[in-house]
Design a protein around this ligand. Structure first.
Ligand code: MN
Length: 373
């Protein structure tokens, strides 16, 4: 238990079936591929992390397959023989060998936190400075069906007390038709639920200037990443012009990005993902930069399975700056639980577990059932 030296690193790809296909502007998926990373100590403690991207490499260039190669071939040799609590030095040494690849690094970094916390018998949030809150609100992702069908789904979730705000993906269709559909939904839900839209960096400046004001007029409460990630100038312009907050996602990967967005007032809300940001420590730094600039953070998702969701939940409950709720709905999209004990969703919130490490246990039988050979 007390020997913290790493003696084994293992990676396993699993394809977890979804309840319904999930669509993005440029991709769709019927199953979510995830890479589980297991880091074992000589003391017999195993930490688990999850490498996951939304529907393949379109978002940031990484996939479960690239992550597996990077970790097996380049990161594992750095880890072997090191203590799991040598965390910051290990992160630096990984950065010396592997540039970018933040999703892969996140999977490893979360596994190190899980192993370290389990060896100490404490939850991961203790390693992050303790809890700022014990649960986070969870926005639901609505589908791409016609407006009446989507409104009915949203009203059902509201009536059941499951979710109080909703996120719609845009950018896959002709902008005029897309905007008409979303405006119809937002107008129906106006006053009873929050509606947010995510363009996934799909529009250019002129399209955004033409169409975003209509969404604001229809009652959309927030617009996420309308323009490409590197176009921070246009993001700042839109943020200044629109009466509703602009949230940065594709533009925000690193603490340096956070500082740049804050100093240019290019976003009113930060979408922080433990995955795209390279792990828990960088996510804490980004949320702290946001808080210092008066920019709240949102616990965003790459459609993690319950393991990655538990990691994101530990961060979202530990970081004081995560005051703009979450979209940690990944497990609710999945047809399989994957855990021995499910995560606790109730009253529109996801509640942080109190057990050691991430506070959840991967179900070995389900891992066997869905692992890719
Ligand atoms: Mn997004």
């Amino acid at each position: 238990m007390n020997d913290l030296r790493i003696d084994r690193v293992e990676t396993v790809v699993a394809d977890i079936p979804l309840r319904r296909p999930h669509r993005f502007a440029r991709a769709a998926m019927a199953a979510q591929p995830v890479l589980y990373v297991f880091v074992r100590t000589a003391g017999g403690v195993t930490g688990t992390g999850e490498g996951v991207v939304p529907a393949g490499p379109w978002w940031g260039g990484e996939s479960v397959e690239t992550m597996q190669v990077i970790i097996d071939r380049y990161v594992a040799p750095i880890l072997l023989g090191r203590r799991v609590d040598d965390l910051h030095a290990i992160r630096r040494d990984i950065d010396d060998v592997v540039a970018a690849n933040l999703f892969a690094k996140a999977a490893v970094e979360v596994a190190l936190h899980d192993a370290w916390a389990r060896a100490l018998g404490v939850p991961v949030h203790t390693l992050l400075g303790g809890l700022a809150r014990t649960s986070v609100p969870v926005t639901w992702a609505l589908g791409t069906e016609p407006a009446p069908v989507v409104v009915e789904e949203a009203l059902g979730k509201l009536d059941a007390g499951l979710h109080h705000s909703f996120k719609l993906k845009m950018g896959a269709h002709d902008p005029s038709a897309d905007v008409a559909r979303v405006c119809a939904i937002a107008e129906k839900l106006s006053g009873v639920a929050g509606v947010r839209v995510d363009l996934n960096a799909r529009w250019d400046r002129l399209t955004a200037l033409t169409h975003l004001p209509k969404l604001a007029d229809a009652g959309v409460e927030l617009v996420e990443q309308p323009v490409p990630g590197d176009d921070v100038e246009t993001l700042a312009e839109l943020n200044a012009r629109l009466p509703i907050p602009v949230m940065a996602d594709e533009s925000l990967r690193t603490p340096a990005d956070a500082l740049r967005l804050a100093s240019r007032r290019a976003a009113d809300v930060f979408a922080v993902k433990t995955t795209k940001c390279g792990g828990l420590q960088a996510s804490m730094e980004i949320a702290a930069i946001g808080a210092a600039a008066g920019i709240p953070s949102h616990g965003a998702t790459s459609i993690e399975s319950p393991i990655g969701t538990a990691a994101s939940l530990q961060f979202a409950c530990a970081a004081p700056g995560v005051t703009w709720g979450s979209e940690l709905f990944g497990p609710l999209l999945m047809a399989e639980e994957m855990l021995v004990e499910p995560l606790h969703y109730a009253d529109g919130h996801l509640h942080v577990p109190s057990g050691p490490g991430l506070g959840v246990e991967l179900d070995p039988a389900q891992l066997r059932a869905f692992r890719r050979d």
